[in-house]
Structures are given as C-alpha cells and as structure tokens.
Design a protein around this ligand. Structure first.
Ligand SMILES: Nc1ncnc2c1ncn2[C@@H]1O[C@H](COP(=O)(O)OP(=O)(O)OP(=O)(O)O)[C@@H](O)[C@H]1O
Length: 625
C-alpha cells in the first residue's frame, strides 16, 4: 500500500467527519481575506482613496467583528479536528491490537513489548498528524487561490514575488525528503530500541542482580541512548533546516515587496492600502508555505510509520491497519459495524484463512459482550477422537521444531508427550493448538478437518496451561476467571481440582488478594496451579498441560490428576511431562527425540523398547530419591 492510499483509506473511514473538518478549516483559513480587504480600505480611507463609506471607526468595528468571528471559527475547528484525529488514532490502535490478539499466541509480536509500545504510541501519532494536516493544506490552498486572485488584480508582478518562495520551498522540501526519511527512520528505530531495552531491564531486574550485571546492562543501555542521541540530532537538524528554508524564503519575499512597493507608490500605481493588503496577506502566505512544507515532511514521516506498523503485522496486508471497524463509542452500533469490519477484513486478507471455524461454530462468540459469558459446546461436538497427521513446524530462525508427527487421542484418554530437553514437546502442543503459525499437516476433530486451530482450540473445546504461566496484576479471582462469569460453585471446584484451596485460605484477602507485579507474589507452584485453575474453570473437552511438574511436588501432582478425573472422568488430556506420576497414569506415551516421534506405547512397552524412555524414567527415579 502506498502512503497516499494509506492516507486516503483514513479519510474514507469517516468521510463525513473529514469533510466537516475540511470545511471548518477552509473557512478558518479563508477568513483572513476579509480583514485584509478591510485593512486595505482603512489605509485607503486615511489617504482618501477608499471607495467604501464606513469611516475609520466603522472599519475598526468591522475588523474587531472579523477577529471575533475567526476566534469562534477556530474553536469550532479545534472541536472538529480533535474528533477526527481521535478517531483516526483509535482506529489504528484498535486494528493493530485486534490483529496482534489474533496472531498465533506464541509469536504475536515480532519485536519486544517495549518496541511494540513505541510503534503503538509514536507511529500512530505520526499517521494521525499527517492526515490531520492534509485538511490544513487544503484550506490554505483555497486561501492562496483566492488571495492570489485578489493580489493579481491589484499587481501581478508583486504577486509573483509573494508566491515565488512557495516554489522554492516545495522544491527544497522535495530535495530533502529522501534524507529526512532516512534520518527519521533511524531515529524511530533508535527510540524503539531504547524503549525495548527499558522494558527488558524492568522485566529482568532479578536476573540482572543475581548475575551482578548491573554495570554491563547500564553500559549497554548507554550505548543505545548514545545511538538515539546521534540519530535524533540528525533528524532534528534536518527538520529545523527545512523549517528555516521555509521561513527565510518568505523573508526574502517581504524584502522584495518592500523594495518594489516604494518605487510603485512613488509612481502612483500602488496605494498605501494595496501595500497594507500585500503585507497582511503575506503573513498568511507565510503560514501557507510553512504548513505545506510541514505537510510534505509529515507525509514522508507517515510513510516511515506505515512501514514500521506493517512490520508489526508480520506479513498481513497493510489494509488491516485502516480496516473499517467500530470504535465502540456508541454501544448500540458496536455489533453491526463489527460485522462490517470483519467482512472487510476477510476481503482484505483475500479470505486466506477461510471462514474461521471458531466463529462459524459458536455464532456471536466474537462479540466483546458475549465473550465474557460462558460459551457452551454445541451438541454433537463433544470430542470423540482427535487425529493429528504429518504435523510439522520449523522455527524460521533456527530451522528446528517438529517434523511429521502422527497421533490420535480418544475421548477420556490420558496421553503424555515426553522426551529430553529441546526434543520438541512444547512445539508439538503449540502447533496443535495454533499458538504457532500454521505449518504442515492436518488435524481432525471427530474426523472433521480443523482449518484454523488458533480459533478452534479454545474453550469449551480445549483449554491449555502453558509451561510458564502469565499472571496479571489483579485479584486471584480475576486471574482465574479472566472475565468469564462465575457460575454456582465453578470457581471453588476449579480451585479444588487445581489443589489450590489451601493456598487461597492462606492469602490475606483470599480470592480477592491482588497478585502479580503489584500484589502478592505467588510461588512458582502456586502460579502454575493458578494457571491450571484458570484452565479447569473453563469446562473443556480437551485439556492440554505443558509440563506442570516443574513447579509441583509429586504428591500435589498426584492429587491434581486424581481430582481432575473425579470431576471429569470423560475429559481427554494431553500432557507434556517426564514425571512418573503422569507416565504411570498414561494410556499412551509419545516419546519425542530431535523433533520427531521416536517411540510410542504404554510405560511397560516403552521400558522394553525405548532407551530414551528408560533414561527419562530412571532419571526421574534418581531425582525423586
Ligand atoms: N522461539 C523459538 N525460535 C527458534 N527455535 C526455537 C524456539 N523455541 C524452541 N526452539 C527450538 O525448537 C526445538 C524444540 O523446542 P521445544 O521448546 O519444543 O522443546 P521442548 O522439548 O519443549 O523443551 P523443554 O523440555 O526444555 O521445554 C529446540 O531445538 C529449540 O531450540
């Protein structure tokens, strides 16, 4: 998408608002025409050349009225501009956020969170700025045309001198834009790096302290800061240089007018009023020149922002950014325009992903309001059998991952994926659940192919506990429910099943204790059991656990499995583990080695056949001892 198309799509998002804003600012910019003409009459009346018979005080009253009128217009203009700009920025941020949230969870953003925040903040502001300034350029061009016409009728030669700087400025701006764009891109990149580094440092304070790496980290931060300083200096210098070209070319024009006006006034072809009018309009022509220059600069900077925002989309069409979508400013309209947005998004993506299965099978589940309610599984969709064939995924940067994975899960079965560190266990479950971009292979739920696992494998079909649990700075209750409505004793049951009831009783505020970064810090095991409770509170057909054992003792893990099956004997489980607690319970074990299935079977069978399995089994025994 070109920068112009990008700008145009913003305008077409709310054409009515853009039009009203453009009209308001065109009137504001045209308004000085009137006081200019009154000023001319004022001076002409002093020298007896005035054709209007208002007298000096009448003209002064008119000037004051024109000034007051312009003040009112400017207030209206600011209101229309704020409304328009606000919507542009909101749309862009909303679409970006929606896109990020729809990405396969494990690779939602291609940069650090700090860098992503910098894109959300600076690049969105920059885009908003350019669209907003396009309105000013239109208004000022109208002013230039009307004032140009009036001035040409008075004196064509002098008019040329007033407008000559425009040509100079536009040429200068065009010549400088390539360099400016380069400097702007570099300064943005450097700012993102600094923001990214701050977020990394804040997130890893403990790791830095225990490694005694404070000085080295500060040194690294300083080098990022230095790079930013250099890049910003070049960017600023170039911008200021252009600004000075804009304003000084106007000063040149003023000087030329003064020189010529003296000669012409002596010859009697130019009145004092004409001179006053030229000087009065010159101020606004200056504004026109400066603002055209600014717009050209903003437009070029917008193309840098577009590039950076498109990078965040990870290959999706840039049209996603300006997709027509509801901003939910008026709740009644939300759902209707949500549909509109969704349709246009599918069209923009060339419907690559097909109809998202999750939405097709749970109509209405996409609406923000309905998401907080518990979604029920439609009858007949209960998991009977899950078949995985030829599942493969390779990480782009390392080329490692999983290859040619085949297995089936029956209803109520307990399958354990095991293997050495880095053998591909996590990649296997993430690929299955669509948390990684789609690789090769097929997945079938009761024989029906799953087209988009990312939206399909969500509650009530499946629930997942990741290896590293993520908790919010919020109450324990909200961390478990994540917006889901509490039903009867569902929360208590989930706490019991996750063996968390004792821990909750110990917390000062029970379930209402704030945990996470700004609250009580939970132990690793408590955090993982909170994540398990979050999963168990959502009744699902398929439960996927990625290595619970790392933070649970054998006894607690034993209890967790027992309680889970007491509560849901029909639940199907896929569990990543190397613990005997899970392995002895398993109906089926998959042994992974270097991204492939090395062996399969029950623990008795594998003890006979697989050396890898024997190592894991006896390794666990040694650990327990
Ligand atoms: N984000 C990533 N980018 C690149 N390569 C990765 C990424 N994550 C994992 N890998 C590589 O893919 C392979 C499989 O990793 P995976 O995390 O699936 O192993 P695992 O068996 O779950 O390990 P662990 O028991 O330590 O959790 C490893 O060689 C690993 O280095």
């Amino acid at each position: 998408m070109t920068t112009f198309q990008y700008l145009w799509r913003f305008i077409m998002y709310r054409p009515g608002r853009y039009f009203i804003n453009a009209i308001a600012w065109t009137i504001i910019y045209l308004a000085p025409i009137v006081p200019g003409l009154i000023t001319k009459q004022f001076f002409d009346s002093l020298t007896g050349n005035s054709m209007l018979g208002y007298g000096v005080w009448g003209l002064i009253a008119l000037l004051i009225a024109a000034a007051l009128g312009r003040i009112c217009l400017i207030i209206i203009g600011f209101i229309t501009d704020v409304h328009f700009r606000f919507r542009m920025g909101m749309l862009l941020r909303r679409n970006l956020l929606e896109h990020v949230l729809k990405q396969p969870g494990a690779q939602a953003i291609p940069v650090s969170p700090g860098e992503a925040i910098s894109h959300f903040r600076d690049d969105v502001d920059q885009s908003e700025e350019a669209v907003s300034w396009s309105v000013d350029v239109f208004g000022l061009t109208c002013f230039a045309i009307v004032s140009g016409y009036i001035l040409i009728r008075i004196d064509a030669q002098m008019t040329m001198l007033v407008f000559l700087p425009i040509v100079l400025v536009i040429t200068a701006a065009q010549l400088a834009t390539v360099r400016l764009q380069k400097y702007r891109a570099a300064s943005r990149e450097a700012t993102s790096k600094v923001t990214g580094e701050i977020s990394e440092m804040f997130g890893n304070v403990q790791a830095i302290q225990v490694a005694g790496a404070e000085d080295r980290v500060i040194e690294r931060f300083r080098s990022f800061g230095d790079n930013r300083r250099k890049a910003m200096l070049k960017d600023r210098l170039m911008t200021e240089l252009l600004d000075s070209v804009f304003s000084n070319s106007v000063n040149l024009g003023t000087g030329l007018i003064l020189l010529l006006a003296g000669t012409k006034m002596r010859a009697g072809t130019f009145t004092v009023g004409d001179f006053a009018l030229f000087v009065y309009y010159l101020t606004f022509v200056t504004q026109f020149i400066t603002n055209v220059g600014k717009f050209i600069t903003y437009f070029k900077q917008m193309s840098v922002s577009l590039e950076r925002l498109t990078f965040l989309l990870q290959g999706a069409s840039a049209k996603v950014l300006t997709m027509v979508n509801s901003l939910h400013l008026k709740p009644g309209r939300a759902e209707k325009s949500e549909d509109r947005g969704r349709k246009s998004e599918d069209a923009a993506l060339g419907d690559k992903r097909g109809v998202r299965q999750g939405e097709r099978e749970t109509p209405g589940a996409a609406s923000g309001e309905k998401q907080s309610e518990n979604v029920k599984l439609e009858s007949g969709a209960e998991l009977q059998r899950l078949d995985v064939k030829g599942l493969s995924y390779a990480y782009a940067d390392t080329g490692r991952g999983i290859s040619d994975i085949h297995f089936s899960l029956r209803r109520g079965s307990f399958t354990v994926v095991t293997g050495a560190i880095g053998s591909g266990k996590t990649t296997l479950v993430r690929s299955l659940l669509g948390l990684l971009p789609k690789g090769k292979g097929t997945i079938a739920w009761n024989g029906v192919p799953v087209e988009d696992p990312g939206t399909f494998f969500t509650p009530p079909r499946s629930a997942y506990t990741a290896q590293v649990p993520r908790l919010y700075s919020d109450t324990l209750r909200n961390n478990i429910l994540l917006g889901q409505a509490e039903q009867n004793d569902s929360l208590q049951q989930a706490l019991h099943a996750a063996v968390l009831e004792y821990d909750v009783a110990q917390l000062p505020g029970g379930l209402d204790t704030v945990i996470g970064p700004r609250g009580v810090k939970l132990s690793g095991g408590q955090a993982q059991r909170t994540a398990a409770a979050r999963m168990l509170v959502r009744d699902a057909e398929l439960y996927v656990f990625d290595d619970l054992s790392s933070a649970l003792d054998v006894e607690t893990e034993q209890k967790l499995w027992e309680r889970m099956f007491q509560r849901r004997s029909d639940a199907t489980c896929l569990v990543v583990s190397h613990r005997k607690t899970a392995l002895t319970r398993a109906d089926h074990i998959i042994v992974m080695k270097e991204g492939r299935i090395e062996a399969e079977g029950t623990s008795e069978e594998l003890l006979q056949r697989s050396s890898t399995f024997r190592e894991l089994w006896y390794g666990d025994e040694r650990q327990s001892e």
